[in-house]
Every structure is written in C-alpha cells, then in structure tokens.
Ligand binder design. Structure first.
Ligand code: NAD
Ligand code: AKB
Length: 318
C-alpha cells in the first residue's frame, strides 16, 4: 500500500513572533523536514530546513515551492501597524505584493494558503464593541489598508480561481517566545518582559485602552483548527473574526502585579494610542465558533500565570 503523501509546508516571515512558534508547532505535528522556514534574513537553529525568501520576489517563491514540493503556505511575512506608519510605502510593497505572489503561486501549483488578517482591518467608523463579522471596513493606517485589500484579494482568488485560502483576523497576540515586531498591541508583551526583569515600564497607551487580545497557544490551536476544517465548512473567504480576551492596559498591569507585587508602570501615550483608538474593544467571533468550532482556552489570569512561568527562567538566565 502506498503511504499517504507527507505534507510539505512553507512558512514566510518564520523568524517573527508568530512564525517562530508556528514552525515549532508544525514540526512537532508533521516532522522537522515537513516545514521549510523562510525569512528575509538567514534563520539559525530552527530545527529543520530554512532558507532566505523576500516575499516580494515571486520567482524565488515559485522556485522554493517547486524544489520542496510545497502544498501549503503559511504566509506571515508583513510589516505591522506601528512600523507600517513609519514606512507606509514599504508596508504596501511587502504586504500587498507578498500576498499577491503567494496567491499567484498557489493558483498555479494548487497550494493551500493561510494568511492572517488583523483587527487593524477595522477603523473609527466600525462599531467598537462586539464588532460584527460583516461590518464597515475603513481603517486609517497603511497596515489596515493592506489587511482590507488583502482580505478582498484572498476572497477573489478563492471565488475566481478556487484557491483554498483561509484567514483569521488575529487580535493582539501575547507570547513568551520571539518578541513582537512593531505593532500597536506590543505593549502587552513588553509589560510582561519588564515585570520579569524587575524594570519599571512606560506604557505607550493609556490605562483605559481596551483591545481584543489572545494568548499564542490559543492562536496556534485556532489557526491549525481552521486549516484542518473541511473545505465546505469554510463560509468566510475574506477573514474570520477571531478573539479570546478583552482587557484594558490597567487591568493587565494589575493582573501582573497580583503575581509580581513590586511591578511599576507609568503611562506615556504616543502615536500608537491614536491607532489603538480606531480599533475595536471587543469582537464577535460567532462565525468562527459555528463554522469550525473555535473556542479559546486561556482567560486573563491563566495567561498571566503561564507567561510569567515561561519568561522568568529565561530572562533571569541572561
Ligand atoms: P513579526 O513582525 O514578528 O514577523 C514578521 C516577519 O516578517 C519578520 O520575521 C520579518 O523579518 C519578516 N519580513 C518582513 N519583510 C519581509 C519580506 N519582504 N520578505 C520576507 N519576510 C519579511 O510579525 P508577526 O507578529 O509574526 O505577524 C505575522 C502575521 O500575523 C502578519 O501578517 C501580521 O499582520 C499578522 N498579525 C499579527 C498579530 C500579532 O499580534 N502578532 C496580530 C494580527 C495579525
Ligand atoms: C499590531 O498591533 O499591529 C498587530 C495587530 C493587532 O495586527 N499586533
């Protein structure tokens, strides 16, 4: 009997906050050689095959997919919201042309695609509480513009060419691995790192800023559940609302202080406050729950306990 074909996965932006954890998770599930980790610069010690790929280079993407008989691409390479405002032209180039190349190679080679959108797809004219799946999408950041356009491009490739591309609108992700790469929600991770180091933290959004957030283990579990769902269960080809928790910066600080009593912080809002003010406070992810069974596991206290337990030995060892 023929053995079933092994999956062959390519991850772009694999050195980033999500990519480094996702590659580990995919390799644990499918084997170290099943996942090609790629990024702009050489990746060291990823525990399996790795290569350099600038996602703006469609020919090289095609070559790597051919060479490794890739069947699924997790396309994570991107500029995020804060960096995107500092370099808007580069953000458009990387985010839009990268996605266009990934979708085009997927069309030619019948590859499946995972591509994350974000709560940044929403803007000041969107309802900010329990933001519905289908609503006004008028973001004010270049990053948000690329997410709205990207969602529509994914839907176009799914409907026009039959590409099996799936997506979630990630909220702010909190993780103990690679640090976040230039987003507005980075303060949540920064707060943990400062608390564990014993540093005073200056938070770049005000204490009452509430945003939707999620712990990375939930985000990865949800991502893999979406990719494992039967094709006819997927009714949204733009991007699914996807959330776990909503809390203010002050509530997070207080949950951390509960376990690190001498943690101190001050608030000094900067331009990222204006971005946060245009995003939802909470999101309705009912469609993801009913289509492919999404449910988060971590509450605020469970996440804080796990983050501190994971970060403390590592940051203290340095
Ligand atoms: P990150 O900034 O940590 O990592 C992005 C990676 O992309 C980096 O390793 C960077 O080197 C790489 N990259 C940048 N330009 C590239 C190029 N031209 N070619 C190839 N690689 C390039 O970002 P992340 O947090 O891991 O985000 C991954 C994806 O998830 C992005 O699409 C992001 O918009 C989305 N997302 C993330 C969050 C979050 O909170 N982390 C929330 C919502 C959506
Ligand atoms: C960012 O803040 O830019 C990201 C996101 C929510 O898309 N974390």
């Amino acid at each position: 009997m023929l053995s079933p074909r092994l999956p062959s996965l390519l991850v772009t932006g694999a050195g980033g906050q999500i990519g480094s954890d996702l590659v580990r998770r995919l390799r644990a599930r499918h084997g170290p050689d099943a996942v090609l980790a790629t990024d702009l610069r050489p990746l060291l010690h990823t525990g399996g095959p790795a290569d350099v790929l600038d996602v703006r280079d469609g020919d090289r993407l095609h070559l790597l997919c051919e060479r490794h008989a890739i069947d699924t691409v997790y396309h994570l390479a991107s500029l995020l919201s804060a960096t995107g405002e500092q370099q808007p032209h580069l953000a458009w180039d990387v985010n839009m042309n990268g996605l266009r190349h990934v979708l085009e190679v997927a069309r030619e080679r019948q590859q499946r695609v995972f591509w994350p959108s974000s709560i940044a797809t929403f803007g000041p004219t969107t309802p900010r509480d329990a933001t519905p799946q289908t609503t006004v999408l008028e973001p004010t950041t270049m990053y948000g513009l690329t997410k709205v356009s990207g969602e529509l491009l994914c839907q176009y490739y799914a409907h026009k060419f039959g590409v099996d591309v799936r997506s979630v609108r990630y909220p702010g992700l909190i993780s103990s691995g690679a640090p976040p790469g230039g987003g507005t929600t980075d303060y949540a991770v920064d707060m943990f790192r400062a608390a564990v180091r014993g540093d005073r933290y200056t938070c770049f959004v005000g204490p009452d800023t509430v945003l939707p957030m999620m712990y990375m283990p939930d985000a990865l579990r949800g991502t893999l559940a979406l990719m494992a769902a039967p094709e006819d269960a997927i009714t949204v080809r733009t991007s699914y609302n996807f959330t776990a928790l909503s809390f203010s910066a002050a509530e997070l600080a207080s949950a951390i202080r509960h376990r690190v009593p001498d943690f101190e912080l001050t608030y000094l809002p900067d331009f990222r406050q204006h971005i946060a003010d245009t995003w939802p406070r909470s999101v309705d992810d009912g469609q993801a729950r009913s289509d492919w069974g999404w449910t988060p596991e971590y509450d605020l206290d469970g996440m804080v306990a796990d983050m501190l337990a994971r970060l403390s030995p590592r940051l203290h060892a340095r």
